[in-house]
Ligand binder design. Sequence first.
Ligand SMILES: *Cc1c(COP(=O)(O)O)cnc(C)c1O
Length: 423
Amino acid sequence: MDKNAELFELSKKLVPGGVHSPVRSFKGLPMSPRFFTSSKGAYLYDIEDKSYIDFCMSFGPLVLGHKDHDVEKELVLALERGWTYGACEPYSLELAKFLVEKISFIDQVRFVNSGTEAVMTALRLARGATGRNKIIKFNGCYHGHTDAMLIKAGSGLAGTSEASSKGIPPGVAADTLIVELGDLEGVKACFKQYEKQIAAIIIEPLPANNGLLIQDLEFLKGLREITKENQSLLIFDEVISGFRVGIGGMSERLGITPDLVTYGKVIGGGLPVGAVAGPKHIMENLAPVGEVYQAGTLSANPLAMVGGLATLRKLTPAAYEEMNSATEKIKELFEKWLAEYNNGQFSNYKIKTYSSLFWFVPTDKEIKNIKEIPTGLGEQFAPLFSELLSRGIYISPNAYEVGFISMAHNSDVISKLKKRLFD
Ligand SMILES: *Cc1c(COP(=O)(O)O)cnc(C)c1O
């Protein structure tokens, strides 16, 4: 048995399913997960010392690549100063100032430790600020694992919702209304049925957690108008898209100003950071100014703040251009390989891209909501994933997750990818 398989056996004894986050378990795949022990640039190294070109990049945070030298330097300095004070410190102010200066609708920021926490806080804030309870969420958007967001459309009566996980009270599910992506009429129907009860609409402006479901501008603008008309808030969950598609995220690209935005992933550059941000009159509903409670022992952790800021500082317009152009080159290589490999075994696969995000999907049709995703995706994905893994190419172990290109995916890495695909 190889060391990866051995460790997975041990891990399954110590940890439920052997993992601390379900997608890591390689469920439905014919091999055990890899145990990575080090990384650098675009490469991951497993416990057997095999190298992989990484296209998962910790599911997004590592926009500069693994162990970026400048981030590392700042982190070492921060470590020498001390790693938590549980009190005021200047480091989070610098990151907050960066956000306020770069993103026009942000006056204030509250830092937390994950995207999930950022969403939890944004939802409570929206409810506290509006005095309303209901939230509209879209089918196929992921907003972390807080109770109110693990909800799907009910199987019974139209308009009802139910939990998509055990352990969530029906009362919580009842306050989350589920609508299909792109369905503006569905949103309007919710506002009609629950007049003055809807606190907010939450959406990933670039849904990228169930494949890559690029939305029409008109739909997103429609959400902005409807929320304004009904004195509800629009929350953009930019945990994936924030600082990934540009410093100003999707909101800047689309020219749509949300009332609140949530960040995670890239904002910490690989350290645990989440944030909720927005205009002062909404943000100051949070304690200790306002009556919406929120707190965190390790919030705005100085190491994480320094790592995040060092990462964001390197994201110049040229950096984005470089990543986007690398993404197109990588797409071309993969698509050539997909078309040719094993007499066309994967020739139905195409690669969809947006900025430095990409998704392997077995169709060339446009896909804008989860109903349009081809069925049997998981079964088709398993042999593709296995073949790539054996060639030293690591993509996310789940057919519905997107891939991420970083600043470390340079021309050397692209040449190496070509070798690994075609030799
Ligand atoms: C990853 C993600 C989350 C959850 O963030 P965690 O840090 O994993 O808790 C929330 N929303 C979106 C859009 C995400 O991509």
